[in-house]
Design a protein around this ligand. Structure first.
Ligand SMILES: [Zn+2]
Length: 84
């Protein structure tokens, strides 16, 4: 068997090794990407949950707008809200 023939026979084995390494690399990448996706989803859900949290609201006596009860002035008409 010549040296060239020997190398030719080694090729499929080497390709399999490359494929295996590539698969492992891609697999690791996918796992990392999935972990990032999960973190993104978790952050998204937490943000939506925060937004859906009921906030203390009161009605402006001047323009009837719904305003945050911890502010002293109406965000819509700018007038002072009732003293607490
Ligand atoms: Zn107002």
């Amino acid at each position: 068997m010549s040296e060239a023939e020997a190398k030719e026979k080694e090729k499929p084995v080497k390709l399999e090794k490359v494929a295996e390494d590539t698969g492992e690399f891609v697999g690791k990448g996918l796992r990392k990407a999935w972990s990032v996706t999960k973190s993104f989803g978790k952050g998204l859900v937490e943000t939506i949950d925060k937004k859906e949290e009921p906030k203390d609201k009161e009605t402006c006596p001047h323009c009837s707008a719904s305003v945050s009860s911890d502010s002293n002035f109406c965000a819509i008409c700018g007038k002072k809200l009732a003293e607490k």
